[in-house]
Write a protein that binds this ligand. Structure first.
Ligand code: MG
Ligand code: ZN
Length: 364
């Protein structure tokens, strides 16, 4: 009996030690305007995905419920009420609607549009991206590449050498060093002074900000969160800390929970659940940084809904039954969560392109 009690008390004390004190995200004196902007995109994440996540985790337990500023964006593309991720990300990156499949180019003649990452890089900000897909996938591509079609992945890889970004953590190394044109772009990065690493060990990066870096987390697409992929939260935190040291002017960081969308296409509720958990952990790390920093504007949104997810009544009164109505994207409004200096700009209902203009305005 005494041993039992001892064990019990040990278990309780270790639980208490593991429970981290919750940060009061709003007990912070924000600067008048942001120095840094972090844009987090949950691909395929709209209200149904966030709702499911809240009910799966338990009401009051998710990071989404912490935000005091919420808005909605209309995700439709230039020529289609239902957008794809290329037109969706081009809207965020450039501030203009484009045709589905287009990467950083605009109708009618597919002329390139400058992206916020390129512009801020030019203006002396440090810039970076952290994603759970290949670097050449539509969402990250739209921030740095200009191509008529998202399928031109080897061409998109070439565009990464044209903008002096500071850090990239993504899958898809093969698009850089196993190419139809036999070029080795990994060597090109090294020639340009980048530290290039492979795998998900994030140690030994130039965290003092002395050099730019690329981490290829996978040859091709990284695994799913439930299949063992863990790097997004930690990599995002590291990217914030690194970029903060990299420029006196400030930084722009795009982080993508890329596979929320793939779970939607697959109509796979378990996959969706684990990707949303991973994205939640990532947002948490970013908000911890922003709360300490006070000069960082954080925006969390999706590019579009995917799967037409409905939270229907189940036999149990405590659970909902997730029902997908399509394997494609839908035109549902997408929530936008904002935190930090100038967050209030993101209230209301507006175009997806306004995300770009509001970010620009915040930095004015
Ligand atoms: Mg994407
Ligand atoms: Zn999709």
């Amino acid at each position: 009996m005494r041993l039992f009690l001892l064990l019990l008390s040990l278990i309780f004390s270790s639980c208490a030690a593991n429970r981290k004190a919750e940060i009061d995200y709003y007990n912070v004196q924000f600067a008048e305007k942001p120095r840094n902007i972090i844009l987090l995109i949950g691909d395929g994440m709209a209200l149904p995905q966030v709702s499911a996540h809240i009910y799966w985790q338990g009401v009051g337990k998710t990071i989404f419920e912490k935000f005091k500023v919420v808005g909605f964006h209309k995700s439709y593309a230039y020529n289609d009420l239902v957008t794809d991720s290329a037109a969706g990300a081009t809207a965020f990156a450039c501030g203009h609607k484009t045709t589905n499949g287009a990467i950083g180019v605009l109708p009618p003649d597919n002329h390139p549009c400058p992206t916020i990452l390129e512009q801020l890089s030019e203006e002396g900000y440090a810039t970076g991206m952290v994603v759970t897909c290949t670097a050449t996938h539509a969402t990250p591509a739209c921030f740095i590449a200009h191509r008529e079609l998202r399928a031109f992945t080897d061409e998109i890889a070439l565009d990464y050498l044209k903008t002096p970004f500071d850090c990239l953590i993504a899958g898809g190394e093969k698009n850089f060093d196993e190419r139809y044109d036999k070029l080795n772009l990994v060597d090109s990065f090294k020639t340009k002074g980048y530290v290039v690493k492979r795998g998900t060990n994030l140690k030994n990066l130039p965290m003092d900000g002395s050099k730019p870096f690329v981490v290829f987390t996978d040859d091709r697409e990284p695994p799913t969160a439930s299949g063992g992929r863990k790097y997004l939260p930690e990599a995002s935190k590291k990217a914030c800390e690194y970029l903060d040291k990299r420029s006196d002017k400030g930084f722009f960081l795009m982080i993508e929970g890329s596979q929320i969308d793939w779970a939607g296409h697959a109509n796979d509720r378990n996959w969706l659940r684990s990707e949303m958990e991973d994205f939640d952990r990532t947002i948490r790390k970013v908000l911890e940084f922003a709360a300490k920093d006070g000069e960082t504007l954080v925006i969390v949104t999706g590019d579009h809904e995917c799967g037409g997810l409905a939270l229907t009544k189940s036999d149990s009164r405590k659970e909902f039954k997730p029902v997908f109505s399509t394997r494609l994207h839908t035109a549902a409004l997408v929530p936008v969560y904002a935190y930090g200096p100038k967050a209030e700009l993101f209230r209301g209902t507006y175009e997806n392109t306004d995300i770009y203009w509001k970010m620009r305005k915040a930095l004015e």
